[in-house]
Each structure stands twice: as C-alpha cells, then as structure tokens.
Design a protein around this ligand. Structure first.
Ligand code: PLP
Length: 433
C-alpha cells in the first residue's frame, strides 16, 4: 500500500475535507527550500510549510543544535525548574524585540501564544484594580489561531463555523486595506478610525486590549494596511486604557523585511506573540512577551496572583536550542538582506501581473508576494485552485487563501528558484484566465 493509501485509512488532516480533497503529497524528505516526494521528485516549498520554515529545511546548524541538545537535556518541567536554553533565548528575544518587552512566557504554538496574551491582559487589569476590563477589540479579517480564545478574537466569517456560539463577543475594527507596497501606500483611514472611536466610546472602561496582526493580516487574505493606521489605532486604544497585543506569529523574524512588523510602525506593543519561525520552523515553540509593568501586576504574596497558565512542554530545551541556533544563523546568513532582495524582486515582477485578466491587485512586503484575483466567490477560489494545481504539476507548492495567491518562501531561498516559481504562477494565471 502506498503512503497516501495508508494515510487515508487512519489520518485526519487539518483544514481538509477528506471526502473531496486530493490525496496528500507524500513528503519523505526536505532540504533548503525543497520538499522531496516518495517518487523521487522535488517540490519548491513556496509557502514555507505554513509559514514556519524561516531559513530553509534541515539547515545543518539547526539539525546539529537539536541533536546536541537532545543528548544533553531533552526535557524538564518548567514550573520550579529552569535551564540554560530557556534563559538565553529569553535574553536574546528581549534584546531584539520592540522596546519595553522585558518578560518572556513560553508555550507551544501560535494559538497558545495568543491564549496566553489574552489571559495576561485580563488578569493584568483584574490585578491592577480594573476587573471590568475583560473585552477585546480585533481587526476585521484577523486570524489568531484555532483554540477557543484565539478563535474569539479572530474573524469568525471563515474559520469559526459551528463554534460561533462558544466564542465571546468581540467588536471588529475596519481596516483600510492597501495594495502595492504598504510602507509606501496611502489610505483614507478616516472611516476606520471613526468606527474605532465609536467602538471605544461604547466599550468605555471595559476594554482589556486590542489584538492586531501588524501590517500584514495573514490567513485573512494577506491583507496589508499602512503603518500610520497601526500607530493611530494603538494611540487611541491606549488613550482609553487598553493594552495593545501584537500577534507576530506569522510576521515575526524578518518575514516583512524587519525583524518584527511592529517596527515598521514604530509600534511598541504591550504584549507580543511569537511562534512559527521562532525555531526556524523545526519544532513547535511559542513565546508571549510582555512589559515589566504587566509582569509586576502578577507579583505579590498570594499564589493566585501568578499567571494561571502552563503546558507540559513549556520551554522545551530542544526547541529552545534550535530557536537560539536559528537566531544565530539568521544573522550569520544575513537573512534580512535576503528578504530585501525578495522584496525588490516582487516590486519588479508583480506589477505587470495586475494587467492579466481576472487579477484584482498585487502587493508585496519583504518575503511576501501576493496576487489577488477578482471577487471572492466559489468561481475565483476554483480559479486559484487551478493555478495551484498547475504549480504543483511544475514542482511548486502554493496554497491559495480563496482568491489570494501568494508566496512566502524560506528566506534563505535562492532568488532564481523564487523567480522560477513566479514564472510558473504567471503561466498558470494566464492559462486559467
Ligand atoms: C497571525 C497568526 N496568529 C496565530 C496563528 C496560530 O498559530 P498556530 O497554527 O501555530 O497555532 C497563526 C497561524 O497561521 C497566525 O498566522
């Protein structure tokens, strides 16, 4: 029996309609930007395996870090114990993060990083004399993960489905969406800010925090907004006593051309969520960073003032070791410069695609290049699936978000491979027109 047949008999895949899905790709190896299939062919991982693979698959220094750490200290509980990797990683994250973030709380993935952030915000206010601050604001079309709290702050339209009754009510702030390069784009922010002002007025002093995906909203369709909007939002929320949570689970570690997307807007969030690329994409690990002011609100003689949260694998030493190695390799291999090259490639390559029939807009930032097709209905999703199939036949893996086609390759990718991937996407677009 083939791997895919055996898979079909026993495995349940994420976000996959098993009744209609094509058979899963049998991936038996990965190196650099390439996935190797059971039949010996290779496929370019143009979406970094769900945005996780930061530099490239199985980088030798990351592999060595895992092996070395596994032999020395595989795992230890993180309540009442510590270990060198967790401490050094926290030091390195604090040194690189936007100013003011001084404390690192570890968990396992993007969703848990967000759950921790939400709980931190609520408990912080409760212990700071404002227990009524339990409500959140979020951006329209935001996505923050699949656990109940993360789904509550995410935009339910596409992802919540039958769980909607379980989610707490969250008001959504409209976003002035821009195309092209969001750092250069202009947008009329007035309608969105007027609505934000209205929401802030109705929420009064019940607002705990706003959660944002800075500059790039990923799963909602690689939607971009200008830095000035983010700054204006943060100022208004803070003026009303709310915290600002930056969810950089996708944008962190250079994806947008800066180490953190918040810095494009000179945003200094109160809480920052990191995961995915934190370990270079090799192991699950997440971090929620907070200011010293927030941390201080959890101190006191009463044990119940502590942050009441923790996971079995909090700060797993192997994951911390590979995260440290990834930070070093990213610097040694000048990943931000490579991301700037990707940005320039998109800037030159994408605009002519907007002339193709059916293309609504193109946009790019750092390592992310996007082509959005017209509409958003079934037909356009079908069309983007046709382009996806065409790409796969030619050795390129993409995963459109409805009518939105994009690449976000490992940042260590060879530019020629990215250019070849886009040639294939472009012929697919022309063919599917
Ligand atoms: C911005 C953002 N936040 C949170 C998450 C959830 O991360 P995870 O899938 O690791 O739980 C994602 C996943 O795509 C994300 O893009």
């Amino acid at each position: 029996m083939s791997l895919t047949d055996r898979d079909r008999a026993v495995v349940w895949h994420p976000f996959t309609q098993a009744a209609t899905a094509q058979p899963p790709l049998p991936v038996v190896g990965a190196q650099g930007s390439w996935l190797y299939l059971a039949d010996g062919t290779r496929v370019f991982d143009a979406i970094s395996s769900w945005w996780t693979c930061l530099i490239g698959h199985s980088h030798p220094r990351l592999v060595a870090a895992i092996a070395e750490q596994a032999a020395r200290l595989d795992h230890v509980l993180f309540a009442g114990c510590t270990h060198p990797g967790a401490v050094e990683l926290a030091e390195q994250l604090v040194a690189r993060a936007p100013a003011g973030l001084k404390r690192v709380f570890y968990s396992d993935d993007g969703s848990t990083a967000v759950e921790v952030a939400l709980k931190m915000a609520v408990q912080y206010h409760a212990q700071n004399g404002q227990p009524q601050r339990t409500r959140f604001l979020a951006l329209e079309a935001g996505y923050h993960g699949d656990t109940i709290g993360a789904m509550s702050v995410g935009d339910p339209a596409d992802f919540a489905g039958p769980f909607a009754p379980l989610l707490w009510p969250v008001a959504r702030v409209p976003v002035p969406v821009v195309d092209g390069d969001p750092l250069l784009a202009d947008a009329d922010m007035a309608p969105a800010l007027t609505e934000l002002d209205r929401l802030l007025a109705t929420q009064g002093d019940t607002l705990a925090a706003i959660i944002v995906e800075p500059i790039v909203q990923g799963a909602g369709g690689m939607r971009f907004h200008p830095p000035a909007f983010l700054r204006a939002v943060a100022e208004r929320v803070r003026a009303r006593g709310g915290l600002v949570i930056a969810d950089e689970v996708m944008t962190g570690f250079g994806r947008t051309g800066a180490l953190f997307a918040s810095t494009h807007a000179r945003l200094e969030p109160d809480i920052l969520c990191l995961a995915k690329g934190l370990t270079g994409g090799m192991l699950p690990l997440a971090a929620t960073l907070a200011t010293e002011t927030i941390f201080a609100a959890f101190l006191g003689p009463d044990a119940r003032r502590a942050l009441l949260h923790g996971h079995s694998f909090t700060a797993n030493p192997i994951a911390c070791a590979v995260a440290l190695a990834s930070l070093r390799v990213a610097e040694d291999e000048h990943l931000l410069e490579k991301t700037a090259e990707l940005h320039r490639f998109y800037r030159d390559f994408l605009p002519p695609l907007s002339g193709l029939p059916g293309v609504r807009a193109v946009r790019w930032l750092g390592g992310i290049g996007v082509v959005e097709l017209h509409g958003g209905g079934y037909h356009d999703a079908l069309r983007s699936q046709q382009v996806r199939d065409h790409c796969l036949q030619h050795g390129v893996l993409i995963r459109p978000l409805g009518p939105v086609l994009y690449t976000m390759p490992p940042l260590g990718s060879d530019l020629a491979d990215v250019a070849r991937a886009w040639d294939i996407i472009a012929t697919g677009l022309a063919g599917a027109a």
